[in-house]
Design a protein around this ligand. Structure first.
Ligand code: UDP
Length: 329
């Protein structure tokens, strides 16, 4: 069985490609390397450089490689950037997916697992969040992901395609080997920023908002290990191969930690002081986002293996302390 991993040089894509190689699958990675890193592509995966908006590139790929299923990570994912430059997100995330679906249906490739996000919910109506809860995104990133889900839904109905949409909560951590990890430029995520403070690359962390309606006033998030997310993609593929119907799943641990709790955990794991200063709220941040992981557990049989926050940070720290400049290409 051959799996095409689109965006397989990025953070979650590379961890998934690695888990697929470890599971003995034949893996083909395609990435335009605009944000991904060639060094993150695992040994054993075949690599193509290209953009999924390029129909000729995708057609050529599907003609050369015998692809049974696609995992689609190739999308922009920075909330702040999406607010400043929405059309960049509509162009890449939606136009890219449209070209992909046209090429897939023409080549009779009928199974796809793709990255969605907790950002589709916007301000949640309930905690923990169920897949059936209201979806009102607060930014273009979440809007484009929700529109992608709908594009899959209608194309699946019209063309007989089957898809699984995985709504990630806060991806973090790194492969336990220390060989790959999180390396964004610019970095905007909490845990890598804390670790850049610990390894001396940054002076301090700004805690965005201390007046939320949460126990300690800071935002609460559901932090999920990237290797657990990778495992969920394999479970989703197996589900589709076993005849499972198109569906949507939350991926989280079902436990929320505040920014202050994550800061304290990072101080304990690294043994470094990590200076912090209180700052105003960041636009578009809901107070609490915590998944109900019940559906993924019962339907996909997926269960996080590394739910412990300190273990997650410790895996991330192994990568960050050994690679202070990321992939340094
Ligand atoms: N955060 C923070 N300081 C930072 C980066 C993030 O206080 O320098 C907070 C952010 O406001 C949010 C939480 O940490 O409440 C997680 O943010 P992140 O960007 O990692 O993920 P998001 O929840 O936006 O997907």
């Amino acid at each position: 069985m051959s799996i095409l991993v689109l965006g397989g040089a990025g953070y979650i894509g590379s961890h998934t490609a690695l888990e697929l190689v470890r599971a003995g699958k034949r893996v083909v990675v395609a990435d335009d390397l605009s944000t991904g890193h060639i060094a993150a592509v695992p040994d054993g995966a075949k690599f193509y450089k290209g953009d999924l908006r390029d129909r000729a590139f995708l057609d050529g790929l599907f003609e050369c490689e015998k692809i049974d299923a696609v995992i689609h990570f190739a999308a922009y994912s920075l909330v702040g950037e999406s607010v400043e430059n929405p059309l960049k997100y509509y162009d890449n995330n939606l136009c890219g997916t449209r070209v992909l679906l046209s090429s897939m249906t023409e080549h009779n490739i009928g199974k796809i697992v793709f990255s969605s996000t907790a950002a589709v919910y916007g301000e949640p109506e309930n905690i923990p969040i169920l897949e059936t809860d209201r979806t009102v995104p607060l930014n273009p990133y979440g809007e484009t992901k929700l529109a992608m889900e709908k594009m899959f839904y209608w194309t699946a109905r019209a063309c007989g395609l089957e898809y699984v949409s995985l709504r990630y909560f806060n991806a973090c951590g790194a492969d336990r080997s220390g060989s790959i990890g999180e390396a964004h430029s610019p970095e905007t995520h909490l845990i890598p920023i804390l670790l850049e403070c610990a390894n001396g690359k940054r002076k301090e962390i700004s805690v965005f908002g201390t007046d939320y309606d949460t126990p300690d006033g800071t935002c609460v998030r559901d932090y999920i290990h990237v290797t657990d997310l990778a495992g969920a993609h394999i479970s989703a593929l197996e589900y589709l191969e076993g005849g499972g119907k198109s569906d949507i799943f939350n991926l989280g641990n079902g436990v929320g930690y505040s920014v202050r709790e994550v800061l304290e955990a990072a101080r304990r794991v690294t043994g470094k002081p990590i200076p912090a200063r209180e700052a105003p709220r960041r636009a578009g941040d809901p107070a609490r986002l915590v998944a109900s992981g019940e559906k993924a557990r019962s339907v996909l049989g997926w269960q996080p293996r590394i739910p412990d926050l300190e273990e997650i940070i410790s895996d991330a720290w192994r990568w960050h302390s050994a690679h202070p400049d990321g992939y340094a290409e």
